[in-house]
Design a protein around this ligand. Structure first.
Ligand code: UD1
Ligand code: CA
Length: 458
Protein backbone atom coordinates (compact mmCIF):
# COMPACT_ATOMS: atom_id res chain seq x y z
CA UNK A 1 0.00 0.00 0.00
CA UNK A 2 1.23 3.48 -0.87
CA UNK A 3 1.38 6.49 1.42
CA UNK A 4 -1.67 8.45 2.53
CA UNK A 5 -2.12 12.17 3.09
CA UNK A 6 -5.17 13.40 4.97
CA UNK A 7 -6.69 16.77 4.16
CA UNK A 8 -9.38 18.32 6.33
CA UNK A 9 -11.37 21.22 4.91
CA UNK A 10 -12.19 23.81 7.53
CA UNK A 11 -11.77 27.19 5.91
CA UNK A 12 -15.42 28.11 5.50
CA UNK A 13 -17.26 30.59 7.67
CA UNK A 14 -20.31 28.37 7.79
CA UNK A 15 -22.78 30.94 6.49
CA UNK A 16 -25.78 28.92 7.58
CA UNK A 17 -24.68 29.05 11.23
CA UNK A 18 -25.13 32.85 11.17
CA UNK A 19 -22.19 33.25 13.52
CA UNK A 20 -18.95 35.17 13.94
CA UNK A 21 -17.25 32.03 15.20
CA UNK A 22 -15.94 29.66 12.51
CA UNK A 23 -18.48 26.86 12.19
CA UNK A 24 -16.02 24.08 13.05
CA UNK A 25 -15.23 25.74 16.39
CA UNK A 26 -18.81 25.63 17.63
CA UNK A 27 -19.16 23.54 20.77
CA UNK A 28 -20.68 20.13 20.20
CA UNK A 29 -21.47 18.49 23.55
CA UNK A 30 -18.25 19.65 25.16
CA UNK A 31 -15.71 19.99 22.39
CA UNK A 32 -15.43 21.86 19.10
CA UNK A 33 -16.91 20.12 16.05
CA UNK A 34 -13.46 20.05 14.42
CA UNK A 35 -11.93 18.16 17.35
CA UNK A 36 -14.16 15.17 16.67
CA UNK A 37 -12.64 14.93 13.19
CA UNK A 38 -9.11 15.49 14.49
CA UNK A 39 -9.54 12.84 17.20
CA UNK A 40 -10.60 10.37 14.52
CA UNK A 41 -7.71 11.32 12.26
CA UNK A 42 -5.31 10.86 15.21
CA UNK A 43 -6.14 7.18 15.11
CA UNK A 44 -5.12 6.84 11.46
CA UNK A 45 -1.60 6.40 10.21
CA UNK A 46 -0.84 8.92 7.50
CA UNK A 47 2.35 10.41 6.11
CA UNK A 48 0.85 13.91 6.04
CA UNK A 49 -2.05 15.56 7.87
CA UNK A 50 -3.14 18.97 6.61
CA UNK A 51 -5.84 21.30 7.83
CA UNK A 52 -7.20 23.88 5.40
CA UNK A 53 -8.06 27.04 7.29
CA UNK A 54 -9.33 30.43 6.20
CA UNK A 55 -12.08 32.26 8.03
CA UNK A 56 -10.62 33.37 11.39
CA UNK A 57 -7.81 30.87 10.97
CA UNK A 58 -5.86 32.34 13.90
CA UNK A 59 -8.60 31.13 16.23
CA UNK A 60 -8.36 27.61 14.84
CA UNK A 61 -4.55 27.56 14.98
CA UNK A 62 -4.61 28.79 18.55
CA UNK A 63 -6.97 26.03 19.62
CA UNK A 64 -5.46 23.11 17.71
CA UNK A 65 -1.76 23.98 18.01
CA UNK A 66 1.02 22.50 15.96
CA UNK A 67 -0.05 18.86 15.85
CA UNK A 68 -1.11 19.29 12.23
CA UNK A 69 0.14 21.13 9.11
CA UNK A 70 -1.87 24.15 8.06
CA UNK A 71 -2.59 25.68 4.72
CA UNK A 72 -4.42 28.96 4.28
CA UNK A 73 -7.31 29.41 1.84
CA UNK A 74 -7.54 33.19 1.85
CA UNK A 75 -10.81 33.43 -0.04
CA UNK A 76 -13.36 30.68 0.38
CA UNK A 77 -14.18 30.02 -3.25
CA UNK A 78 -15.41 26.46 -2.79
CA UNK A 79 -14.29 22.99 -1.77
CA UNK A 80 -12.27 22.34 -4.96
CA UNK A 81 -10.44 25.62 -4.49
CA UNK A 82 -9.82 24.67 -0.86
CA UNK A 83 -8.16 21.36 -1.76
CA UNK A 84 -6.12 23.07 -4.49
CA UNK A 85 -4.39 25.13 -1.79
CA UNK A 86 -2.55 21.98 -0.62
CA UNK A 87 -0.93 21.42 -4.02
CA UNK A 88 2.37 23.06 -3.10
CA UNK A 89 2.61 21.35 0.29
CA UNK A 90 2.02 17.99 -1.35
CA UNK A 91 4.29 18.54 -4.34
CA UNK A 92 6.73 15.83 -3.25
CA UNK A 93 4.08 13.50 -1.92
CA UNK A 94 3.23 10.33 -3.83
CA UNK A 95 0.18 8.29 -2.88
CA UNK A 96 -3.47 8.75 -2.00
CA UNK A 97 -5.23 11.75 -0.54
CA UNK A 98 -8.05 11.26 1.92
CA UNK A 99 -10.30 14.32 1.99
CA UNK A 100 -12.49 15.02 5.01
CA UNK A 101 -14.76 17.89 6.03
CA UNK A 102 -14.26 19.61 9.35
CA UNK A 103 -18.04 19.75 9.79
CA UNK A 104 -18.71 15.98 9.64
CA UNK A 105 -17.89 14.95 13.22
CA UNK A 106 -19.15 11.39 13.62
CA UNK A 107 -17.24 9.69 10.89
CA UNK A 108 -15.59 6.55 12.27
CA UNK A 109 -12.07 5.24 11.92
CA UNK A 110 -13.59 1.98 10.73
CA UNK A 111 -15.28 3.61 7.75
CA UNK A 112 -12.15 5.53 6.83
CA UNK A 113 -10.01 2.39 6.96
CA UNK A 114 -12.58 0.59 4.84
CA UNK A 115 -12.57 3.44 2.33
CA UNK A 116 -8.78 3.45 2.05
CA UNK A 117 -8.57 -0.32 1.73
CA UNK A 118 -11.25 -0.48 -0.94
CA UNK A 119 -9.77 2.45 -2.84
CA UNK A 120 -6.25 1.03 -2.83
CA UNK A 121 -7.21 -2.57 -3.54
CA UNK A 122 -9.06 -1.49 -6.69
CA UNK A 123 -6.63 1.21 -7.70
CA UNK A 124 -9.44 3.71 -8.31
CA UNK A 125 -8.59 7.31 -9.19
CA UNK A 126 -11.33 8.39 -6.77
CA UNK A 127 -13.51 6.60 -4.24
CA UNK A 128 -16.35 8.40 -2.50
CA UNK A 129 -18.52 7.65 0.50
CA UNK A 130 -22.28 7.96 0.13
CA UNK A 131 -25.35 7.15 2.22
CA UNK A 132 -29.09 6.85 1.75
CA UNK A 133 -31.00 9.46 3.73
CA UNK A 134 -34.72 9.75 4.34
CA UNK A 135 -34.33 13.48 4.34
CA UNK A 136 -31.51 14.29 1.91
CA UNK A 137 -32.17 18.01 1.83
CA UNK A 138 -29.07 20.17 1.85
CA UNK A 139 -26.69 17.47 0.64
CA UNK A 140 -25.14 16.89 -2.76
CA UNK A 141 -26.90 13.96 -4.49
CA UNK A 142 -25.34 11.01 -6.26
CA UNK A 143 -26.82 10.81 -9.74
CA UNK A 144 -26.62 7.32 -11.25
CA UNK A 145 -27.46 5.99 -14.72
CA UNK A 146 -29.96 3.22 -15.48
CA UNK A 147 -27.37 0.55 -14.71
CA UNK A 148 -26.68 2.16 -11.38
CA UNK A 149 -23.29 3.57 -12.32
CA UNK A 150 -22.37 6.92 -10.79
CA UNK A 151 -22.67 9.75 -13.32
CA UNK A 152 -22.08 12.87 -11.30
CA UNK A 153 -22.78 14.67 -8.01
CA UNK A 154 -25.24 17.55 -8.03
CA UNK A 155 -25.44 20.01 -5.14
CA UNK A 156 -28.84 20.51 -3.49
CA UNK A 157 -29.21 24.09 -4.75
CA UNK A 158 -28.39 23.05 -8.31
CA UNK A 159 -30.82 20.12 -8.47
CA UNK A 160 -33.57 20.07 -11.07
CA UNK A 161 -37.03 19.32 -9.68
CA UNK A 162 -37.02 15.68 -10.87
CA UNK A 163 -33.72 14.96 -9.09
CA UNK A 164 -34.73 16.43 -5.73
CA UNK A 165 -36.13 13.00 -4.89
CA UNK A 166 -32.74 11.28 -5.05
CA UNK A 167 -31.99 10.00 -1.58
CA UNK A 168 -28.40 8.92 -2.03
CA UNK A 169 -26.18 11.70 -0.79
CA UNK A 170 -22.52 12.60 -1.01
CA UNK A 171 -20.89 12.49 2.42
CA UNK A 172 -18.10 14.86 1.42
CA UNK A 173 -15.52 12.18 2.22
CA UNK A 174 -13.30 10.96 -0.59
CA UNK A 175 -10.07 9.24 -1.41
CA UNK A 176 -8.15 10.37 -4.51
CA UNK A 177 -5.03 9.36 -6.30
CA UNK A 178 -2.92 12.46 -5.72
CA UNK A 179 -1.71 13.03 -9.30
CA UNK A 180 -5.22 12.69 -10.70
CA UNK A 181 -6.70 14.91 -8.01
CA UNK A 182 -4.59 17.95 -8.78
CA UNK A 183 -4.93 17.44 -12.54
CA UNK A 184 -8.69 17.42 -12.33
CA UNK A 185 -8.93 20.31 -9.84
CA UNK A 186 -7.38 22.64 -12.44
CA UNK A 187 -10.26 21.85 -14.78
CA UNK A 188 -13.09 22.79 -12.42
CA UNK A 189 -15.14 25.91 -13.20
CA UNK A 190 -17.65 27.94 -11.22
CA UNK A 191 -20.56 27.18 -13.51
CA UNK A 192 -23.20 26.63 -10.80
CA UNK A 193 -25.76 28.53 -8.76
CA UNK A 194 -23.33 29.42 -5.97
CA UNK A 195 -20.51 30.40 -8.34
CA UNK A 196 -18.13 28.18 -6.35
CA UNK A 197 -15.44 25.70 -7.32
CA UNK A 198 -17.11 22.42 -6.35
CA UNK A 199 -14.91 19.47 -5.39
CA UNK A 200 -17.85 17.29 -6.34
CA UNK A 201 -17.38 18.22 -10.02
CA UNK A 202 -14.24 16.07 -10.07
CA UNK A 203 -16.47 13.02 -10.40
CA UNK A 204 -18.03 13.94 -13.75
CA UNK A 205 -14.70 15.11 -15.18
CA UNK A 206 -12.88 11.92 -14.19
CA UNK A 207 -15.67 9.76 -15.59
CA UNK A 208 -15.49 11.78 -18.82
CA UNK A 209 -11.84 10.76 -19.06
CA UNK A 210 -12.93 7.14 -18.99
CA UNK A 211 -11.79 6.52 -15.43
CA UNK A 212 -13.72 4.53 -12.83
CA UNK A 213 -15.00 6.00 -9.59
CA UNK A 214 -15.21 3.70 -6.58
CA UNK A 215 -17.94 4.02 -3.99
CA UNK A 216 -18.80 2.72 -0.57
CA UNK A 217 -22.21 3.26 1.02
CA UNK A 218 -22.33 3.62 4.80
CA UNK A 219 -25.37 2.10 6.46
CA UNK A 220 -25.43 4.21 9.58
CA UNK A 221 -26.18 7.50 7.91
CA UNK A 222 -25.83 9.41 11.17
CA UNK A 223 -22.12 8.72 10.88
CA UNK A 224 -21.79 11.05 7.93
CA UNK A 225 -24.24 13.77 8.89
CA UNK A 226 -22.74 17.20 8.45
CA UNK A 227 -23.37 20.21 10.64
CA UNK A 228 -24.43 23.24 8.67
CA UNK A 229 -26.78 25.20 10.92
CA UNK A 230 -27.79 25.50 14.56
CA UNK A 231 -30.52 22.92 14.16
CA UNK A 232 -27.98 20.36 12.93
CA UNK A 233 -25.80 21.31 15.90
CA UNK A 234 -28.62 20.75 18.38
CA UNK A 235 -29.49 17.38 16.80
CA UNK A 236 -25.86 16.30 16.88
CA UNK A 237 -25.48 17.39 20.53
CA UNK A 238 -28.49 15.38 21.51
CA UNK A 239 -27.00 12.35 19.84
CA UNK A 240 -23.69 12.68 21.67
CA UNK A 241 -25.35 13.23 25.06
CA UNK A 242 -27.73 10.30 24.65
CA UNK A 243 -24.87 7.96 23.77
CA UNK A 244 -22.88 9.06 26.84
CA UNK A 245 -25.92 8.55 29.10
CA UNK A 246 -26.55 5.09 27.64
CA UNK A 247 -22.94 4.09 28.34
CA UNK A 248 -23.20 5.38 31.93
CA UNK A 249 -26.46 3.52 32.52
CA UNK A 250 -24.83 0.35 31.17
CA UNK A 251 -22.14 0.82 33.83
CA UNK A 252 -24.70 0.99 36.64
CA UNK A 253 -25.41 4.70 36.98
CA UNK A 254 -29.05 5.80 37.35
CA UNK A 255 -30.05 8.66 35.08
CA UNK A 256 -33.52 9.69 36.23
CA UNK A 257 -34.36 11.74 33.14
CA UNK A 258 -32.23 11.37 30.03
CA UNK A 259 -33.87 14.41 28.44
CA UNK A 260 -32.72 16.90 31.02
CA UNK A 261 -29.30 15.50 31.89
CA UNK A 262 -26.18 16.58 30.02
CA UNK A 263 -22.93 14.79 30.72
CA UNK A 264 -19.83 15.35 28.66
CA UNK A 265 -17.47 12.76 27.25
CA UNK A 266 -14.65 12.07 29.69
CA UNK A 267 -16.81 12.34 32.82
CA UNK A 268 -16.58 9.24 35.03
CA UNK A 269 -19.32 8.19 37.46
CA UNK A 270 -19.22 5.27 39.90
CA UNK A 271 -21.79 2.51 40.26
CA UNK A 272 -25.11 3.16 42.01
CA UNK A 273 -24.76 6.90 41.81
CA UNK A 274 -28.02 8.64 40.91
CA UNK A 275 -28.18 11.67 38.67
CA UNK A 276 -31.38 13.65 39.11
CA UNK A 277 -32.91 15.86 36.40
CA UNK A 278 -31.62 19.24 35.18
CA UNK A 279 -28.02 18.38 35.84
CA UNK A 280 -24.98 19.23 33.73
CA UNK A 281 -21.65 17.51 34.34
CA UNK A 282 -18.72 18.80 32.35
CA UNK A 283 -15.05 18.36 31.47
CA UNK A 284 -13.15 15.60 33.24
CA UNK A 285 -15.32 15.48 36.37
CA UNK A 286 -14.97 12.22 38.33
CA UNK A 287 -17.74 11.07 40.64
CA UNK A 288 -17.44 8.11 43.00
CA UNK A 289 -19.92 5.36 43.85
CA UNK A 290 -23.23 5.87 45.64
CA UNK A 291 -23.46 9.61 45.09
CA UNK A 292 -26.64 11.60 44.69
CA UNK A 293 -26.21 14.45 42.24
CA UNK A 294 -28.97 16.93 41.43
CA UNK A 295 -31.61 17.90 40.73
CA UNK A 296 -30.44 21.23 39.29
CA UNK A 297 -26.71 20.84 39.65
CA UNK A 298 -23.80 21.92 37.50
CA UNK A 299 -20.43 20.22 38.02
CA UNK A 300 -17.38 21.33 36.08
CA UNK A 301 -13.97 19.67 36.14
CA UNK A 302 -14.36 18.43 39.73
CA UNK A 303 -13.55 15.34 41.73
CA UNK A 304 -16.35 13.95 43.88
CA UNK A 305 -15.69 11.09 46.34
CA UNK A 306 -18.07 8.25 47.13
CA UNK A 307 -21.35 8.77 48.95
CA UNK A 308 -21.43 12.52 48.33
CA UNK A 309 -24.70 14.41 48.00
CA UNK A 310 -24.86 17.47 45.76
CA UNK A 311 -28.21 19.18 45.70
CA UNK A 312 -29.01 22.15 43.44
CA UNK A 313 -25.45 23.45 43.47
CA UNK A 314 -22.62 24.61 41.24
CA UNK A 315 -19.17 23.10 41.67
CA UNK A 316 -16.17 24.27 39.66
CA UNK A 317 -12.70 22.72 39.65
CA UNK A 318 -13.01 21.49 43.25
CA UNK A 319 -12.37 18.34 45.28
CA UNK A 320 -15.21 16.97 47.35
CA UNK A 321 -14.28 14.03 49.53
CA UNK A 322 -16.47 11.10 50.53
CA UNK A 323 -19.72 11.59 52.47
CA UNK A 324 -19.64 15.39 52.09
CA UNK A 325 -22.99 17.14 51.63
CA UNK A 326 -23.29 20.13 49.33
CA UNK A 327 -26.30 22.40 48.91
CA UNK A 328 -28.95 23.25 48.24
CA UNK A 329 -27.80 26.43 46.49
CA UNK A 330 -24.11 26.25 47.22
CA UNK A 331 -21.45 27.58 44.88
CA UNK A 332 -18.01 26.01 45.14
CA UNK A 333 -15.53 27.99 43.11
CA UNK A 334 -12.16 26.77 41.81
CA UNK A 335 -9.54 25.22 44.10
CA UNK A 336 -11.94 24.39 46.88
CA UNK A 337 -11.40 21.22 48.90
CA UNK A 338 -14.22 19.84 51.01
CA UNK A 339 -12.87 17.08 53.24
CA UNK A 340 -14.68 13.92 54.34
CA UNK A 341 -18.11 14.33 55.84
CA UNK A 342 -18.08 18.13 55.73
CA UNK A 343 -21.26 20.05 54.99
CA UNK A 344 -21.71 23.13 52.84
CA UNK A 345 -25.33 24.20 53.01
CA UNK A 346 -27.87 26.74 51.81
CA UNK A 347 -26.52 29.79 50.00
CA UNK A 348 -22.89 29.21 50.86
CA UNK A 349 -20.10 30.33 48.53
CA UNK A 350 -16.62 28.86 48.91
CA UNK A 351 -13.56 29.96 46.95
CA UNK A 352 -10.02 28.53 47.03
CA UNK A 353 -10.53 27.20 50.54
CA UNK A 354 -10.11 23.93 52.38
CA UNK A 355 -12.91 22.85 54.70
CA UNK A 356 -11.76 20.15 57.13
CA UNK A 357 -13.34 16.81 57.97
CA UNK A 358 -16.85 16.97 59.46
CA UNK A 359 -16.84 20.78 59.51
CA UNK A 360 -20.04 22.64 58.74
CA UNK A 361 -21.00 25.88 57.02
CA UNK A 362 -24.71 25.36 56.79
CA UNK A 363 -26.17 28.73 55.89
CA UNK A 364 -25.55 32.03 54.10
CA UNK A 365 -21.78 32.23 54.20
CA UNK A 366 -18.79 33.33 52.10
CA UNK A 367 -15.51 31.51 52.68
CA UNK A 368 -12.63 32.74 50.50
CA UNK A 369 -8.91 31.90 50.82
CA UNK A 370 -9.65 30.10 54.09
CA UNK A 371 -8.06 27.06 55.65
CA UNK A 372 -10.50 25.44 58.01
CA UNK A 373 -9.69 22.49 60.27
CA UNK A 374 -11.75 19.55 61.48
CA UNK A 375 -15.15 19.71 63.18
CA UNK A 376 -15.41 23.47 62.86
CA UNK A 377 -18.83 25.09 63.00
CA UNK A 378 -19.29 28.21 60.88
CA UNK A 379 -22.35 30.17 62.01
CA UNK A 380 -24.98 31.45 59.60
CA UNK A 381 -23.98 34.63 57.82
CA UNK A 382 -20.24 34.34 58.36
CA UNK A 383 -18.10 36.27 55.88
CA UNK A 384 -14.35 36.05 55.39
CA UNK A 385 -13.16 39.50 54.31
CA UNK A 386 -10.32 38.23 52.16
CA UNK A 387 -9.87 41.23 49.86
CA UNK A 388 -8.91 44.82 50.63
CA UNK A 389 -9.37 46.04 47.08
CA UNK A 390 -5.78 45.22 46.16
CA UNK A 391 -4.64 41.95 47.71
CA UNK A 392 -6.16 38.71 48.94
CA UNK A 393 -5.48 37.48 52.48
CA UNK A 394 -5.87 34.14 54.28
CA UNK A 395 -8.16 33.18 57.11
CA UNK A 396 -7.03 30.20 59.21
CA UNK A 397 -9.56 28.48 61.44
CA UNK A 398 -8.17 25.58 63.45
CA UNK A 399 -9.87 22.37 64.60
CA UNK A 400 -13.13 22.51 66.58
CA UNK A 401 -13.51 26.29 66.41
CA UNK A 402 -17.07 27.59 66.81
CA UNK A 403 -17.87 30.76 64.86
CA UNK A 404 -21.05 32.45 66.05
CA UNK A 405 -23.66 33.67 63.61
CA UNK A 406 -23.09 36.74 61.47
CA UNK A 407 -19.36 37.04 62.02
CA UNK A 408 -17.04 39.11 59.87
CA UNK A 409 -13.54 37.64 59.80
CA UNK A 410 -11.13 40.30 58.53
CA UNK A 411 -8.13 38.54 56.96
CA UNK A 412 -5.33 37.94 57.54
CA UNK A 413 -6.59 36.42 60.74
CA UNK A 414 -6.21 33.16 62.65
CA UNK A 415 -8.61 31.54 65.07
CA UNK A 416 -6.78 29.06 67.30
CA UNK A 417 -7.93 25.54 68.11
CA UNK A 418 -11.10 25.25 70.21
CA UNK A 419 -11.69 29.01 70.17
CA UNK A 420 -15.18 30.49 70.12
CA UNK A 421 -16.61 33.75 68.81
CA UNK A 422 -19.74 35.56 69.87
CA UNK A 423 -22.54 36.15 67.39
CA UNK A 424 -22.24 39.37 65.40
CA UNK A 425 -18.51 39.74 65.98
CA UNK A 426 -16.12 41.51 63.64
CA UNK A 427 -12.87 39.66 64.21
CA UNK A 428 -9.85 41.73 63.23
CA UNK A 429 -7.23 40.15 65.49
CA UNK A 430 -6.07 36.58 65.97
CA UNK A 431 -7.95 34.60 68.61
CA UNK A 432 -5.72 32.37 70.77
CA UNK A 433 -6.61 28.70 71.20
CA UNK A 434 -9.46 28.05 73.60
CA UNK A 435 -10.42 31.73 73.94
CA UNK A 436 -13.81 33.33 73.47
CA UNK A 437 -13.73 36.44 71.30
CA UNK A 438 -16.58 38.91 71.42
CA UNK A 439 -16.13 41.87 69.14
CA UNK A 440 -19.35 43.85 69.11
CA UNK A 441 -20.69 46.79 71.12
CA UNK A 442 -22.59 45.90 74.27
CA UNK A 443 -26.35 46.09 74.22
CA UNK A 444 -27.98 48.95 76.14
CA UNK A 445 -31.67 48.77 77.09
CA UNK A 446 -33.34 52.18 77.59
CA UNK A 447 -36.32 51.82 79.88
CA UNK A 448 -39.63 53.62 79.13
CA UNK A 449 -38.33 54.90 75.79
CA UNK A 450 -41.43 54.05 73.73
CA UNK A 451 -43.80 55.61 76.21
CA UNK A 452 -41.84 58.87 76.28
CA UNK A 453 -41.80 59.01 72.49
CA UNK A 454 -45.58 58.70 72.36
CA UNK A 455 -46.07 61.44 74.97
CA UNK A 456 -43.73 63.81 73.09
CA UNK A 457 -45.91 63.45 69.96
CA UNK A 458 -49.11 64.32 71.78
C1 UD1 B 1 -20.45 19.55 0.77
C2 UD1 B 1 -20.51 18.86 -0.60
C3 UD1 B 1 -21.83 18.12 -0.68
C4 UD1 B 1 -21.93 17.11 0.45
C5 UD1 B 1 -21.72 17.78 1.81
C6 UD1 B 1 -21.59 16.72 2.87
C7 UD1 B 1 -19.32 20.33 -2.18
C8 UD1 B 1 -19.46 21.31 -3.28
N1 UD1 B 1 -20.44 19.85 -1.64
O1 UD1 B 1 -21.53 20.48 0.81
O2 UD1 B 1 -21.90 17.43 -1.94
O3 UD1 B 1 -23.19 16.47 0.42
O4 UD1 B 1 -20.53 18.58 1.81
O5 UD1 B 1 -21.47 17.26 4.15
O6 UD1 B 1 -18.21 19.98 -1.84
N2 UD1 B 1 -14.80 24.64 2.92
C9 UD1 B 1 -13.55 25.21 2.74
N3 UD1 B 1 -13.40 26.16 1.81
C10 UD1 B 1 -14.40 26.55 0.96
C11 UD1 B 1 -15.68 25.95 1.14
C12 UD1 B 1 -15.84 25.00 2.13
O7 UD1 B 1 -12.61 24.89 3.45
O8 UD1 B 1 -14.17 27.41 0.11
C13 UD1 B 1 -14.97 23.65 3.99
C14 UD1 B 1 -15.98 24.06 5.03
O9 UD1 B 1 -15.39 24.79 6.07
C15 UD1 B 1 -16.55 22.73 5.49
C16 UD1 B 1 -16.38 21.82 4.29
O10 UD1 B 1 -15.45 22.45 3.44
O11 UD1 B 1 -15.82 22.21 6.58
C17 UD1 B 1 -17.71 21.61 3.56
O12 UD1 B 1 -18.22 22.86 3.15
P1 UD1 B 1 -19.77 23.20 3.19
O13 UD1 B 1 -19.94 24.57 2.70
O14 UD1 B 1 -20.32 22.84 4.51
O15 UD1 B 1 -20.29 22.18 2.08
P2 UD1 B 1 -21.75 21.60 1.93
O16 UD1 B 1 -22.62 22.61 1.34
O17 UD1 B 1 -22.17 20.97 3.20
CA1 CA C 1 -21.34 20.88 5.23
Amino acid sequence: MGDTAIIIMAAGKGKRMKSNLPKVLHNLAGKPILNYVLDTVDQLKAKRKILIVGYKSDKIRELIGDKIEYVEQKEQLGTAHAVLQTKKLLSDFIGDVLILSGDVPFLTVKTLKKLLKYHQANNFCCTLVSAILKNPKGYGRIVRDKEGKIKRIVEDVDLSADKKKITEINSGIYCFNKEKLFQVLEKITTDNKQGEYYLTDTVEILLGEGLTIGNIIVKDYSEISGINDRLDLADASKKVYQKILQDLMAQGVTIVDTNSTFIEQGVKIGQDSIIYPFTIIEKSTKIGKNCIIGPNSHLIDSRIGKGVKVWASIIEDSNIEERAKIGPYAHLRPKTVIKKGAKIGNFVEVKKSTIGEDSKASHLTYLGDAIIGKRVNIGAGTITCNYDGEKKYKTVIEDKVFIGSNNTLVAPVKLGKDSYTGAGSTITEDVPAGNLAIARSRQRNISGWRKRKKENKE
